[in-house]
Write a protein that binds this ligand. Structure first.
Ligand code: SF4
Length: 472
């Protein structure tokens, strides 16, 4: 995951705008936050571990001056949760100064590291983003755009980037467009009467700034802000978008739009499809809060079974799935969810959630509801089973951790302790979205990876924390 924002707001302070946009993307990463800003003469970076509002607060923002900025919140998929791995990554090289924020995950990290080391380069942190930034700072080229166009064809994997030097802010999307990135226009009052522009991982990052959605950055495209005649499009590769379908199912915020679809509505329709595919007799339909709510609403509407909330979420606890260790994940569930026993006791429940990754969270939810007196628990998942790891920016890189890679449906049902269980089919997902399968990456469901994943990528998250042996 990760969230990225880029701003060019002539005549205005860009840092508060970038921080506000990033605040709307907080759900995409909660480990660290940071911002790079330029007044046209020098790039300054501030970043730290913590949430956006903790890191980019009123004490910091006034000192970050300039009308160009990029911002980033992190959810780690390569490298540990260290300050050194927080972003934007920053490099002041002999050729240029560059700051870079990355949403995604590279799959040829070792090869790129060997390339850097061959030129005697080093990185401070252990993330693929640090590596990419170091390579970019050294890459020949007359300017940042040319250097990116030279470097990116050697970079494999998923990347939606915001990159800046002293004068430009650039949005980049990899040739498969696996992670989203949109371009919006700031209202004239925000941009001092001039045209200001914003790049954001999701449209909710535009909305909070009052910006108008202009278009998606295309797969294989760079959009350059800070040019005299508005954003400039530069193609560095032929693009064939295969957007991560999980963005639509779960990751992105429900008020965001992707491929012209509002994600709340897509998820509600997934719930309707689930009710058609896997009906059951029950008294109430309940969401696993908050992300299961739209699909639960759709299931209730389609089935005619009343919708009721049966659990309360502590909104100040992080998303369970995002916390980096299994121990934290397990502790997080009880911190996060409490039952409403009067709603649950003696009732036959359809419990709707949007995914099952390791199964441990689901098992705890079933336990919580049983303890609160539920008579029956029928689990309905508004996504297909996750059989395969993701190497493109979601921290599910170890196949054996995925419950659906080890157990069949009956085995999973028995593990989580539900009375019945069903997943939505891939066809059901596509019906709800209303677009053809070729438009999306479905690799964690069907194993068809758009970007080939090298074998050694199995140890990927910490690949730069192990010694790099030449030729491996
Ligand atoms: S493998 Fe799954 S989670 Fe990863 S990009 Fe593809 S669809 Fe998304």
């Amino acid at each position: 995951m990760c969230g990225v924002v880029g701003i060019h707001a002539p005549g205005q302070e860009a840092a508060p705008l970038a921080a506000l946009g990033l605040f709307a993307l907080q759900h995409r990463g909660q480990e660290s936050a940071g911002l790079a800003v330029s007044d046209g003469t020098g790039v300054m970076v501030y970043k730290d571990l913590g949430l956006v509002a903790q890191v980019l607060d009123d004490r910091r923002l006034p000192s970050l001056r300039g009308d160009r900025a990029i911002a980033h919140c992190r959810y780690s998929t390569t490298g540990s949760t260290l300050w050194e791995n927080s972003q934007p990554a920053f490099r002041m090289g002999p050729r240029r100064t560059v700051a870079l924020g990355h949403n995604g995950n590279l799959v040829n990290t070792r090869k790129l590291m060997e390339e850097l080391q061959a030129g005697r380069g080093r990185i401070v942190g252990t993330s693929d983003t640090e590596l990419l930034t170091a390579l970019l700072a050294e890459e020949p080229g007359d300017d940042l755009v040319e250097s990116l166009a030279r470097l990116l064809p050697r970079v494999a994997g998923a990347y939606s980037l915001v990159v800046m030097d002293e004068t430009r802010v650039i949005g980049v999307r990899d040739p498969f467009g696996i992670r989203p990135l949109v371009l919006g226009r700031l209202p004239p009052e925000t941009a001092g009467g001039a045209h200001g522009w914003v790049l954001s991982s999701e449209t909710c990052g535009l909305e909070v700034l009052g910006a108008t959605y202009v278009r998606d950055v295309e797969a294989g495209e760079m959009v350059v802000l800070g040019e005299p005649h508005g954003p400039r499009s530069v193609r560095f590769a032929e693009g064939r978008e295969q957007l991560c379908v999980f963005e639509l199912i779960y990751f992105a915020r429900p008020d965001s739009f992707m491929l012209g679809r509002n994600l709340y509505e897509v998820r509600r329709r997934m719930g309707e499809a689930l009710a058609r595919e896997a009906p059951v007799e029950a008294d109430l339909v309940m969401p696993v809060p908050d992300t299961g709510a739209p699909a639960a609403a759709g299931y209730a509407e389609q089935s005619g079974i009343p919708y009721r909330e049966g659990m309360v979420k502590n909104r100040y606890a992080g998303r369970t799935f995002i916390q980096p260790s299994q121990a934290l994940r397990q502790r997080g569930v009880t911190v996060k969810l409490s039952p409403l026993p009067d709603q649950v006791r003696g009732r036959r429940l359809v419990v709707v959630d949007d995914s099952v990754v390791r199964g441990t969270t689901t098992r705890r939810i079933v336990e919580i509801l049983r303890r609160a007196g539920a008579a029956e628990i029928h689990l309905r998942i508004s996504a297909p089973p996750i059989h395969h790891p993701c190497f493109y920016g979601i921290d599910t890189q170890i196949e054996t951790e995925l419950i659906a890679s080890r157990l069949d449906l009956e085995g999973i049902r028995a593990f989580v302790g539900a009375d019945s269980m069903a997943y939505l089919s891939i066809g059901g997902v596509l019906d709800a979205i209303g677009l053809p399968r070729e438009r999306f990456c479905f690799a964690c469901f069907d194993g068809n990876y758009p970007v080939p994943v090298p074998y050694d990528v199995a140890s990927h998250k910490f690949v730069l924390e192990q010694p790099v042996e030449a030729g491996t």
